[in-house]
Design a protein around this ligand. Structure first.
Ligand code: HGY
Ligand code: MN
Ligand code: MN
Length: 405
């Protein structure tokens, strides 16, 4: 089994990097905090006997040769976070992969397959509004055009990469082939495992996020001198859209829609706003439903624009297809869970993960551990030491079984 004390202390140690005033974590890609976190993870990987390097885009990769010349088993997750995020989202998956490899080394167990443990760059997409960056590169999906996306300060992904010493011109070298499968452990970020009273579960599939940015352009005018009937107020228009987005999403059983960020200019108490921008995150495990919801939202927004003579521009930020996890890997995960005498619970992931990028390239499997109260993307995010241990033991058992296939 794994050394849960070591795993737990590493979780706490990593959480100190980018710590916020209310005990959350801020680690946005290519920033100094996120680089410091990667350097700390690099140290853990070296302690686990892995050969460590960064690839051209900044993925941190800990490699272990196999006894035989076989395809590689990838284990990964991310250490970047959402604003004021939790200690476990992503980080637990990377640290668990390292802990499993270190425990195998200490027990003198050499695997047949080579293994790479990866801390993928920019899974969350917080800084550039474009997530899953590192896993896109490993899958061969990342393009130079993608690197032109800019953060709020106008810095492009390319410039941020160069600033941290990485090499965007060589992004194609990050692509990996000769891969057997991908395995990720992650916190559930929902309430299903907790409601069923189990610490660890098997993931059946992953809902695919669609991110849109809506720009509503009205006319900034005097709040006192402009009669109500002569205004082109983009904030009122946006508010009508946002209320309708909630209503439309609620009309489907599993769809979710979130307006997570909104900004307006110029922002004076006595000035009618001129421009409003907001983002929409749409998801459903069924792609056709998600896309139907998208077209309903677009139609409504355009209608509001026509009715109020206001310009509405909708930009797509990212569109990721939902993914089904491999039946074979699921069966192995379920067997490993049973061996811990934990009832087997299989569940879909509403949250997106790096595993989505490998759809159609090689099989993927995910292990979930329980989230207290289902809370995530919040400083209150918590997974217990016991549940983290259970997840790591399932990961270790699963890896040993898959290595025999
Ligand atoms: O947005 C997500 O689902 C994940 O946390 N990146
Ligand atoms: Mn997340
Ligand atoms: Mn995550």
């Amino acid at each position: 089994m794994v050394n849960s004390e070591r795993l737990w202390s590493r979780i706490q140690e990593l959480a100190l990097i980018g710590k916020t005033v209310d005990d959350g974590v801020n680690r946005f890609s290519y920033t100094l905090e996120e680089h410091a976190a990667n350097e700390k993870v690099k140290q853990f990987m070296e302690e686990a006997g892995l050969e460590v390097s960064y690839d051209a885009v900044g993925n941190l990769i800990g490699s272990k040769a196999g006894e035989e010349d076989l395809p590689t088993i990838l284990i990964g997750s991310h250490v970047d976070t959402v604003p004021n995020g939790g200690k476990f989202d992503g980080a637990l998956g990377v640290l668990t992969g390292i802990e499993v490899m270190q425990s195998l080394q200490e027990q003198g167990i050499n695997l047949r397959h080579p293994v790479k443990v990866i801390a993928f760059k920019d899974e969350e997409g917080t800084r550039f509004g474009f997530g899953l960056l590192g896993s896109r590169a490993v899958a061969g999906h990342l393009t130079h055009e993608d690197l032109e996306r800019k953060d709020q300060q106008g810095i492009s992904i390319r410039e941020a990469m160069l600033e941290r010493g990485f090499n965007p011109d060589k992004l194609h070298t990050a692509e990996m082939d000769h891969v057997k499968l991908y395995l990720e452990l992650h916190i559930e970020q929902g309430k299903i495992l907790e409601s069923q009273g189990v610490s660890v579960g098997n993931v059946t599939g992953i809902a695919g996020p669609l991110w849109l940015k809506v720009k509503v352009v009205g006319e900034a005018e005097h709040a006192g001198a402009t009669p109500m009937g002569q205004r082109k107020d983009p904030l009122v228009a946006a508010s009508l859209m946002i209320a309708e987005i909630e209503k439309l999403a609620s009309s489907y059983p599993d769809a979710v829609a979130t307006v997570g960020s909104l900004s307006l200019t110029p922002g004076g108490v006595n000035v009618i706003p001129g421009t409003v921008e907001f983002t929409i995150d749409l998801r459903d495990v069924q792609e056709d439903i998600r896309d139907r919801l998208e077209s309903q939202i677009r139609e409504f927004a355009d209608q509001i624009g026509r009715d109020r003579n206001i310009e509405v521009v909708i930009e797509e930020l990212q569109r990721v297809s939902p993914v089904l996890c491999s039946d074979d890997i699921q069966a192995v995960i379920q067997e490993s869970i049973s061996e811990l005498e934990v009832p087997v619970v299989s569940l879909p992931s509403g949250a997106g993960h790096d595993a989505m990028q490998f759809n159609g390239l090689f099989p993927v499997g995910m292990i979930f551990v329980r989230s207290k109260d289902g809370i995530s993307h919040n400083p209150k995010e918590f997974t217990s030491r016991e549940d983290a241990k259970a997840g790591a033991d399932v990961m270790l058992k699963t890896l040993l079984k898959l290595d025999q296939e």
